[in-house]
Design a protein around this ligand. Structure first.
Ligand code: HEM
Length: 373
């Protein structure tokens, strides 16, 4: 790239960077300085586990793990089904909805709201905060994006601090909530420091990250999937007739229209990648979108094949930072899509869809659809 960074588009090169944890660092303390200076955006993004290396990364990841075990997900499956049914009933009454705000985004916001113990009637600002904080990760940042992002971190931090203080005052502890587990493992509950605990700031920023990580990505997966089906009526018909292929179909939607298009790493030592010598300190952009359409890895990569197997796409990354919420995201998309198709025999655009226009996250901000039995 003109600025001396490298842009990786081959599957094998992306895979090798994801796996080479000893060579490639996720720590962004250096990289976020120019855009974020000493702002709250800097504090937030450099404290979340995804932009850190072990041992801090491993410590947080271990604490999050109980929220994503098969048992925890089984409990959530019920909630997802009920939520999707409610949204579909409301959609049926209206006949015409915005696929993104009335359906795709409502699912992850409610679920993560549950995981973080945020009362239902207080979830209104979550989507806006999350979009503002992630929007600040765009490669080129406007003054307005920066200021909205900083304000969102400040408000979200205050909000979570209040929720946690209330929890401690009322001694409310719900073992099904990740928030309760994290509080127990943090300095909010005074304990001797055993090196495993989270500071208050670490706890708050990783909760904020959970919402951000799971919200826009899942919204985009559901929105992009319906868009793909609308653009491929044969596949829509096929999936409607054969709902049992929904698992491979969701993998194909993830591959073809990956919600998260870019990741980054910095070389901590000299190395060779794809036959090119790369010096320590070099910065690479992992282009997930391109890797997932690499013809060396995927036969006929631009063709939508809802039964594609194998399908080792990189939509969730891989290696030690592989998406912690991938099973949850898959479950949300499978339930949402199969029930949407079952409920409505006709799903068609009723206006022009609007793309988010971001480099890092691929999806729509609005997608009007007409639904009928
Ligand atoms: C379609 C939906 C999703 C996509 C495409 C996605 C994508 C990704 C990717 C590519 C990474 C790796 C980043 C890197 O290595 O640089 C990641 C990490 C992560 N994701 Fe997801 N994600 C999705 C949904 C979720 C959900 C629902 C949650 C949780 C509620 C979640 C939580 C996380 C966490 C905690 C990490 C950090 C893991 C670590 O650093 O060890 N994600 N995700």
């Amino acid at each position: 790239m003109p600025d001396g960074t490298y842009f990786l588009t081959r599957y094998d090169d992306c895979l090798s960077v994801y796996r080479g944890t000893k060579t490639w660092s996720s720590d962004k303390k250096l990289d976020f300085r120019p855009n974020f200076a000493a702002s709250l955006l800097y504090e937030h993004h450099t404290t979340s586990l995804v932009f850190n290396d072990p041992p801090y990364h491993a410590r947080v990841r271990k604490l999050l793990a109980p929220a994503f075990t098969p048992r925890a997900l089984r409990v959530l499956q019920h909630r997802i089904e009920n939520l999707v049914n409610r949204l579909l009933e409301a959609a049926a009454e209206k006949g015409e909805i915005d696929l993104i705000s009335d359906f795709a985004s409502a699912i992850p916001v409610q679920l993560i709201g549950d995981m973080l113990g945020i009362p239902r009637d207080e979830r209104g600002p979550l989507r806006g905060w999350s979009l503002a904080i992630l929007g600040a990760l765009e490669p080129v940042l406007s003054r307005q994006q920066f200021e909205t992002g900083v304000a969102a971190v400040a408000e979200f931090k205050d909000y979570l601090d209040n929720i946690i203080s209330n929890r401690l005052r009322t001694r409310h502890n719900d073992p099904a909530e990740i928030l309760s587990k994290l509080i127990e493992a943090s300095d909010y509950v005074a304990q001797v420091d055993d090196g495993e605990r989270l500071s208050k700031l670490e706890l708050i920023h990783n909760c904020i990250f959970l919402l951000n990580a799971g919200h826009e990505t899942t919204t985009n997966l559901i929105g992009n999937a319906v868009d793909l089906l609308i653009r491929h009526p044969d596949a829509m018909h096929d999936l409607r007739e054969h709902p049992d292929v929904v698992e491979t179909a969701v993998e194909e939607f993830l591959r073809m229209e990956s919600s998260n298009q870019l990741g980054n790493r910095r070389a901590v030592k000299d190395t060779v990648l794809g036959g090119i010598a790369i010096t320590a300190g070099s910065y690479v952009h992992i282009c997930i979108g391109a890797a997932n359409r690499d013809p060396e890895q995927f036969a006929d990569p631009d063709r939508l094949d809802i039964r594609r197997q194998p399908n080792r796409h990189l939509a969730f990354g891989t290696g030690i930072h592989a998406c912690a919420g991938m099973s949850l995201a898959r479950m949300e998309a499978q339930v949402a899509l199969s029930r949407l198709l079952r409920r409505f025999g006709c799903i068609e655009p009723s206006g022009s869809p609007v793309r988010g226009g971001r480099a890092r996250f691929r999806g729509f901000t609005s997608y009007p659809v007409r639904l009928s039995a």
